[in-house]
Design a protein around this ligand. Structure first.
Ligand code: ZN
Length: 263
């Protein structure tokens, strides 16, 4: 009985996160310093401040990597993006360009012996993680949730350089109107095309404890930020800005967190 309930909870989180179907008060990136204070007056305290964790959390994301103690002496799990071909849904979430994988998609991030199914991926412009206060032009987040409800985000910094054909497919098929979906594109692709150095199947990364970078800023998210970057063209970056610009949260206090690295 208990296990059933946990499974139900996990699938609720799974669906909510994939579709953003749950009702939350409106928020936007311009007012991020006051996300914690947004009220839902239909709720009793303490539920009245649904995004309180954005303000009181001690393990918030993103972070500035240059501000952290980086430990590269511990042996870490092998990381492999075992994504597969999918016919995804292109989704304008109201806060970013997002791609939702189909129901039952089995492509997953493998961390050591554990697998975490890919639920969706989306883009921020500029990057959320910074190095010494410096942003990359953009950042890609692959969001994975396992049946226990554990959330793993694989983050990839995006630089300007060669055009990326798969990124163009995403730009061309995402609706320009907020909260609209395009489920009828019938386009098949493998999200692995957006992961650098895939052929190695053994990615170099930084890993640390953090949170969702958008409300409700829930903690308990484990981050894997790849050492290698991917590129999009200047024109593609401009197209991304045509959807959302400055949809990045500023770096948060590390509060003593350490960052582990493979290199
Ligand atoms: Zn994100």
């Amino acid at each position: 009985m208990k296990i059933k309930r946990v499974t139900n909870l996990a699938s609720t989180i799974f669906l909510s996160y994939a579709t953003l179907a749950f009702a939350v008060p409106p928020w936007d990136h311009n007012a991020q310093s006051t996300w914690w204070a947004i009220e839902d007056t239909s709720q009793e305290v303490p539920l009245r401040y649904p995004f309180a964790e954005c303000g009181v959390g001690k393990h918030q994301s993103p972070v500035d990597l240059a501000a952290a103690n980086i430990n590269n002496t511990k042996p870490l799990s092998t990381l492999a993006a075992q994504y597969e071909i999918d016919t995804p849904t292109f989704f304008n979430s109201g806060h970013g360009v997002q791609v939702n994988t189909s129901i039952g998609y089995t492509g997953a991030l493998k961390i050591g012996e554990e697998s975490f199914p890919l639920i969706q991926f989306h883009f921020h412009e500029p990057s959320e993680h910074v190095v010494g206060g410096k942003n990359f032009p953009a950042e890609l987040h692959f969001v994975h949730i396992n049946e226990d409800g554990r959330i793993i985000v694989l983050a990839v910094a995006i630089d300007v350089g060669d055009e990326n054909p798969l990124f163009q497919t995403i730009l061309d098929n995402t609706p320009h109107q907020a909260e609209q979906k395009n489920s009828n594109a019938s386009i098949q692709f493998n999200p692995a095309s957006l992961v650098p150095a895939l052929s190695q199947g053994n990615l170099n990364y930084y890993t640390f404890a953090g949170s969702l970078t958008t409300p409700p800023c829930s903690e308990g998210v484990q981050w894997y930020l790849l050492s290698d970057v991917i590129t999009i063209s200047t024109d593609q970056l401009e197209q991304l800005k045509g959807f959302y610009s400055s949809n990045a949260r500023v770096p948060q206090d590390l509060n003593g967190r350490s960052i582990l690295s493979t290199n």
